[in-house]
Design a protein around this ligand. Structure first.
Ligand code: FAD
Ligand code: FO1
Length: 455
């Protein structure tokens, strides 16, 4: 039963252990949803603290490395966290930045603060499940998990791996009505002393980062919640109209550039949903965009949560695994090493431009990403090798990489996940093929190539 002051939908929340809550502050361990507002995990922590007559602190654990992330991604994330620290201070919520392995650092903080409860977020990735399991083992406090990332909580949307967007869309549609909820304006909390935690020494944190600086920060997209909401406003102004027809054209405006903000949780998908729903644009453009933001994005969490092989050929549907196996011995027209692909050094100028766009900007247009990944399949010795290469490049250079959307997008492209069988051909078997000529029928290749080369 929800009491009046509770705004968090109970079906967003699940217990991760049986330990009884104790006296003492509530720690919200922030990781996936790096924002101080429009955040159901933070809201749940505030409600829990209020009920217990205590207060909330927020802790972020800066891991020494994360799925191949380089300086580019850590910089974008840390700039966003600086804004989180400030916004939390205005709400009288202390912010702790812990460097190291969360499995060690969080239990230490729980002991240091004599915390009674910990709140964490839903995240389908293996590494996050491992961190959580480690903390549950090491800490004897009540631990709750809140799905603050999906509009319809992943575990609520479906209790199994969905076969296609069609089956998932139906289930999501039935549940969505119950989760179109506005965030309560949380003015924060009275109780805690904001100066409980020292302000973070960001220079020291950044100077001690041991991530690969060969992948530099990008300049064209500014990090943080404030910039993310400006990017959204710009998209509503001039990118949403025509999205339905233009989203397959990398030369057009039909791209929100929100994925890095959504990946790091600097912007809430629910806020994007509400703004898009209110926009004065043709219905078909809203529908096309929400199909991506809701159905495709939340389908990715479904795939990664229920399929533990989300980044391996073992995660492919049986038909795709069989057909790729049957064609594993087919002659490849070209075979490139990972470093040739990494430097965009192939015979295909369109593919090279796509790789260059990713190297330079940390982003690649959605339509081109499909072509990009499918060509890696065509030019790699085996599908397993192709998948490994695509994941490596995507997670090293994309700002929005290391995300369920990426593993699912690559598995769709190379392994037919959420897709159907197509006309059989060499190397691909019945996995959907994409050709240079096919792209040329959709958009002006020369225009895309020269634009990227002049970036
Ligand atoms: P928009 O077209 O403006 O879409 C808005 C939002 O909807 C996106 O930010 C994203 O959250 C969601 N979305 C859009 N398309 C998809 C999709 N196909 N699947 C899931 N969600 C989608 N997305 C990532 O966030 N990280 C990745 O690493 C990533 N890697 C991909 C790799 C391949 C091979 C493919 C085919 C797709 C990949 N995608 C990835 C999905 C999609 O291409 C990007 O989300 C999109 O291009 C991001 O740019 P945008 O925000 O301007 O997109
Ligand atoms: N989450 C953390 O809790 N600590 C980190 O140090 C951290 C680094 C990081 C770097 C790049 C990146 O793309 C994500 C990173 N994340 C980190 C995780 C992220 O916030 C999300 O939880 C997952 O990547 C998405 O599921």
């Amino acid at each position: 039963m929800r009491n009046l002051s509770d705004q968090v939908n109970p079906s967003r929340v699940r217990r991760l252990n049986r330990s009884a809550g104790k006296e003492g502050p509530v720690i919200y361990w922030m990781s996936r949803d790096q924002r101080a507002s429009s955040n159901w995990a933070l809201q749940f922590a505030l409600e829990t603290a209020e009920r217990g007559g205590t207060f909330v602190v927020v802790a972020f654990c800066l891991a020494p490395e994360f799925l191949g992330a380089a300086f580019r991604q850590y910089h974008f994330m840390i700039e966003g966290l600086k804004e989180v620290e400030q916004s939390l201070a205005e709400k009288n919520i202390p912010f702790y930045l812990q460097a190291g392995n969360p499995v060690e650092r969080l239990p230490e903080l729980i002991r240091q603060l004599r915390a009674g409860t910990m709140v964490c977020e839903f995240d389908p990735l293996r590494i996050r499940k491992a961190w959580k399991n480690g903390i549950v083992k090491n800490a004897d406090v009540a631990i709750y998990e809140v799905d603050a990332h999906n509009m319809v909580p992943c575990l609520e949307a479906s209790d199994r791996q969905e076969y296609s967007a069609r089956t998932f869309r139906k289930k999501l549609g039935k549940k969505l009505g119950g989760f179109i909820e506005r965030y309560p304006g949380s003015e924060g909390q009275k109780k805690a002393a904001a100066d409980l935690a020292d302000t973070v020494d960001w220079n020291r944190i950044e100077s001690r980062l041991e991530v690969d600086r060969a992948v530099p920060a990008v300049e064209w997209l500014k990090p943080g919640t404030g910039e993310g909401l400006k990017t959204l406003a710009r998209f509503l102004e001039n990118g949403l109209t025509g999205y339905a027809r233009q989203s397959n054209n990398p030369n057009g405006e039909a791209r929100s550039d929100l994925s890095p903000y959504l990946h790091f949780g600097q912007v809430s998908a629910a806020d994007v949903f509400h703004e898009v729903s209110l926009a004065d644009v043709p219905e078909e453009d809203k529908e096309a965009f929400l199909e991506e933001l809701l159905v495709r994005r939340e389908l990715s969490d479904n795939f990664c949560f229920y399929n533990s092989h989300y980044d391996s050929v073992k995660g492919f549907p049986d038909w795709a695994g069989a057909t790729l196996k049957a064609h594993e011995g087919d002659p490849r027209p070209y075979v490139y090493t990972r470093s040739q692909l990494e430097s965009g050094d192939t015979h295909d100028e369109l593919w090279n431009a796509a790789q260059l766009e990713m190297l330079k900007t940390g982003k690649m247009h959605g339509y081109i990403r499909m072509y990009w990944a499918k060509k890696i399949l065509e030019w790699s010795r085996t599908p397993a090798r192709a998948l490994q290469t695509a994941v490596y490049l995507n997670d090293r250079y994309e700002l929005d990489g290391r995300d369920p959307n990426g593993y699912t997008g690559i598995a769709w492209s190379i392994g037919g996940v959420h897709d159907r069988a197509w006309k059989e051909r060499g190397v691909f078997g019945k996995v959907r093929y994409m050709s240079y000529a096919g792209c040329g029928r959709k958009f002006d290749i020369d225009k895309y190539v020269s634009r990227v080369q002049n970036m």
